[in-house]
Design a protein around this ligand. Structure first.
Ligand SMILES: [Fe+2]
Ligand SMILES: [Fe+2]
Length: 250
């Protein structure tokens, strides 16, 4: 993608996926002071324009990469479980952690500016905090306990060795718990969608408000894909591996 530098920062924030993250990283104001071309915004902030353009381009590439990789379910049915786990961690876990850190201050800003007229923002923030807390512990359990166990099972299976028992019994036990936690995250996401009227942008919303709503809608989309990969592909394949069955159709 060629970045058109005659566009204003605000236009870029609205039209280039991932642009707001880049602007935040460089300290470029895309909200109240965003109505100026990128070149002017960079010179005012004493920044070289090229690194900003490079970052915008890689944000677009990264966005396309993560979205297209996610679509190839068939590949994940056949790929080694270790690769699927690496993909879940590198794409989805990393994204969830980065967004939790980014959205908390953005919520603060939007609640302060618009909370008096839009009281639902406070409830939305409380839901997001609860979701963030649940997901942080949930991902830690996956990364520290369940995923390493699945990787060890796959190694033993491929080496033709017996699968050693885990302290938590069968793999179905942590899997059941993880699925329950996914359901609980799904309930919070549905409530957030209801509160925000489907992330509909109200009239008079500033760029930060819009950015927050788009980010929350994207967070929801990503979590759906993330949970789909675990519930529908990784976990059933792990259960098959534990039984000593081949977990992929080919
Ligand atoms: Fe996960
Ligand atoms: Fe999970």
């Amino acid at each position: 993608m060629n970045i058109d530098t005659t566009k204003t920062v605000r236009e870029m924030a609205l039209n280039i996926p991932g642009a707001t993250r880049v602007f935040e990283k460089f300290g470029i104001d895309y909200c109240c002071g965003g109505n100026k071309p990128l070149e002017k915004a960079c010179s005012e902030a004493n920044l070289q324009i090229q690194p900003v353009i490079d970052s915008l381009e890689s944000a677009v590439v990264e966005y396309r990469r993560s979205n297209s990789v996610d679509l190839q379910d068939e590949d994940w049915q056949n790929a080694p479980l270790g690769d699927l786990i690496a993909h879940i961690q590198d794409t989805h876990h990393k994204y969830v952690k980065a967004e939790i850190a980014r959205l908390e201050p953005l919520f603060e800003k939007v609640c302060q500016a618009h909370g008096s007229k839009h009281a639902e923002l406070f409830e939305l923030r409380a839901d997001f905090r609860a979701l963030a807390q649940e997901l942080t512990t949930h991902m830690m359990k996956e990364e520290m306990v369940l995923f390493p166990h699945i990787e060890r099972m796959e190694e033993s299976f491929l080496a033709g060795e017996p699968i050693l028992p885990a302290p938590f019994g069968t793999v179905g036990n942590p899997v059941t718990k993880m699925v329950q936690e996914h359901d609980s995250a799904g309930i919070l996401l549905r409530h957030m969608r209801q509160l925000s009227n489907g992330y509909g942008i109200p009239e008079g919303a500033c760029t930060s408000y819009k950015t927050l709503y788009w980010a929350l809608a994207e967070f929801e989309r990503d979590l759906h894909q993330h949970v789909h990969l675990e519930n529908n592909i990784l976990f059933p394949r792990a259960i098959k591996t534990e039984r000593g069955e081949k977990s992929c159709p080919h």
